[in-house]
Design a protein around this ligand. Structure first.
Ligand code: KG4
Length: 347
């Protein structure tokens, strides 16, 4: 089954053709990063205008790259939330119109479900049934969550960030340090040769004396990155000069260490508490080298297998949407959904 996926939830305009949920035949992405860089973050108006301008060409590129046509694909899949409403609407309207015109099924996919599925999109990945129940760490620019995955589409949120997402924390740190946007890859680069123990930045929600629950979530499985960001701001303000060279590398390395440590600590806690067969990490921040090393070390220490997202599918893409759609269709879970965009869609 060949599915044409379309993704436009934030600032990546993407389309891809995926066969049987795993084989990526094409993965076309127009990244709008350069358009948003001057503003230090994503500007919704600019994002939706660029989706309108680029999506038709990106869909053509995905079909051509896969050697497919509108007639030869079996179904369409589209991200219907969560994300920026004005961005989601562009991909959604295009997909719905194409599905109606072609008389083919349209499968709506939760963007987070797409990220979680992406760890299965490589040749040597085990089948989903072999590794469930799985603990999923989803870390992107818009979300940081720990998810219990008991089966395809059977996801339960164990904890999430109560303020900034991990990627957002890195993006904001890069802005404070005047390094540019997006922050994750720049902080990683700047941190090379830096001492991760130079500054002890806070890990967020570390004290357990303030009650056990945050809403209905266990405090020990939730994340908080706003204190870390403030701590960096205070540290930089207290310097009487702009940090550079080794000092800058030490700050970046210590900050990156705090983010990766806070994430890994929650995963370690969840591994102790729940009976699971594996754990996984997906989303843009899962590209981070230090985080990958820490999670790999945790896997070796606990003996619980780790599935990491293939680097090409970590940041937003449409292949993961087409992949997740196939799993939903395979299990008969694709029909009867309210097909409209939902910017606040939850797992
Ligand atoms: O998954 P994604 O495209 O965003 C959402 O769906 O929200 O991830 C983008 C995020 C950005 O915050 C970016 O700074 C971060 O992923 N990122 C990284 C790295 N590459 C991208 N964070 C840490 N280390 C990296 N190497």
């Amino acid at each position: 089954m060949k599915i044409l996926g379309i993704e436009s939830s934030c600032d990546e305009t993407a389309a891809a053709v995926v066969e049987d949920g795993r084989k990526v035949l094409s993965n076309a992405i127009y990244s709008q990063i350069a358009k948003h860089r001057p503003y230090g973050g994503v500007v919704p108006e600019i994002a939706s205008r660029n989706h309108v301008a680029k999506l038709p060409g990106i869909i053509e590129e995905a079909l051509e790259g896969a050697g497919e046509t509108y007639d030869s694909i079996d179904a369409l899949a589209v991200t219907y939330g969560p994300g920026l409403a004005s961005s989601l609407l562009i991909g959604f309207t295009a997909a719905k119109t194409l599905a109606m015109r072609l008389g083919k099924p349209l499968i709506g996919v939760n963007h987070h479900e797409g990220h979680l599925h992406s760890v299965f999109m490589k040749e040597d990945a085990p089948s989903a049934d072999e590794v469930f129940p799985m603990l999923g760490l989803l870390v992107s620019g818009g979300d940081s969550s720990l998810v219990m995955m008991r089966g395809v589409g059977q996801y339960e949120l164990l904890g999430s960030t109560i303020d900034d997402a991990a990627g957002e924390a890195l993006d904001k740190a890069a802005a404070v340090l005047k390094l540019g946007y997006p922050g994750g890859p720049i902080i990683q680069k700047t941190a090379e040769g830096g001492n991760p123990d130079a500054i002890r930045f806070p890990r967020g929600l570390d004290s357990v004396d303030r009650g056990k629950w945050i809403y209905k979530y266990d405090r020990e499985l939730c994340f908080s990155f706003s204190g870390l960001k403030t701590s960096l701001l205070t540290h930089v303000k207290n310097l009487d000069h702009e940090p550079e060279g080794q000092e800058l590398a030490d700050i970046a390395a210590s900050y990156q260490e705090a983010v990766a440590d806070a994430l890994t600590k929650r995963v370690a806690r969840a591994l102790k508490r729940f009976e699971i067969k594996s754990f996984s990490c997906a989303g843009g921040v899962s590209l981070n080298k230090v985080l990958r090393e820490k999670l790999t070390a945790l896997s070796e220490k606990t003996g619980v297998p780790l599935l990491l997202c293939p680097p090409a599918l970590c940041t937003d893409n449409a292949a993961m949407i087409a992949g997740a759609a196939y799993e939903k269709a395979r299990l008969g879970k694709a029909m009867g959904e309210p097909l409209d965009v939902n910017p606040n869609l939850r797992l």
